[in-house]
Design a protein around this ligand. Structure first.
Ligand SMILES: [Zn+2]
Length: 257
């Protein structure tokens, strides 16, 4: 459910973390100096924009005579080794992100909180059969002592179509937002399945991804999987999905099951 970096645009929508203390040990470099330093090390002209975007951390286009880059403000505080890796990337000889860059972006993402950008009146909690916020609160109380502060909403259409893949839930980490697919708002869907999906998405906040030494994002890492199995109906949910996968993909909510 998480997509990282396609065609040099680094965005992501799944994962999550507990709000963390912001550490500002480094002073942000003045913008002009930052631009010049980066340009100098990249060895080519840069058309640079600093963004404060909840989804785009780094977006780059290599033009013949310059590099166009949109950088999240997180880079203004980047330590030297990250600046070097960034300059090298902007140069364009090697267009894959190094583990150093990926790790820095991931660490910084975990401190970003754009949840105030969400208009609560635009969130949809009441389904036809299930009330998402009630279920979320129950899970929060039972497993997290009510401490987790996230938004939740339905998304998509209640009617499922033939498809090869269904996302039951999504987690937008920087927005602190869980989205649950409306195809689950149906009497054929057991309550434990929806609470399992909610629990899973909440875990993305509790057990955020890590980037390993090879630069691979470990989203459902070992800690995540261990915590996931603590869900009371974990085995039931896994078994239910296994048995009903075919029906779901065919459109369980169209009454074909
Ligand atoms: Zn997941």
């Amino acid at each position: 459910m998480s997509s990282l970096s396609t065609s040099q645009t680094l965005t992501k929508q799944t994962k999550l973390r507990m709000p963390q203390q912001k550490t500002t040990t480094l002073q942000a470099m003045p913008l002009e100096g930052f631009h010049k330093t980066l340009e100098h090390h990249a060895g080519r002209p840069l058309k640079m924009r600093i963004n404060d975007n909840h989804s785009t951390m780094l977006s780059v286009r290599w033009e013949p005579d310059h590099t166009r880059v949109s950088l999240h403000r997180m880079f203004l505080n980047a330590p030297t080794n990250v600046m070097e890796a960034l300059a090298c990337y902007l140069k364009g000889n090697n267009r894959s992100l190094t583990p150093t860059l990926k790790q820095y972006i991931e660490q910084c993402r975990q401190q970003l909180d754009y949840s105030s950008a969400i208009n609560p009146t635009e969130l949809s909690h009441q389904g036809r059969y299930y009330h998402l916020l009630d279920l979320y609160n129950e899970v929060n109380e039972e497993y997290f002592e009510g401490r987790v502060k996230l938004h939740i909403t339905w998304f998509g259409q209640p009617q499922s179509r033939n498809r090869s893949r269904i996302s039951f839930g999504l987690y937008h980490d920087t927005l602190r937002l869980i989205k649950i697919n409306r195809v689950l708002d149906h009497p054929n869907i057991p309550r434990f399945l929806i609470t399992y999906v909610i629990y899973h998405e909440m875990l993305h906040h509790i057990c955020p991804p890590n980037v390993d030494g090879e630069g691979i994002h470990r989203i459902h890492n070992r800690e995540f999987k261990q915590r996931e199995m603590e869900f009371r109906y974990y085995q039931h949910a896994v078994e239910w999905i296994r048995q009903n996968k075919v029906n779901l993909f065919a459109g369980v909510t169209n009454g074909r099951t």
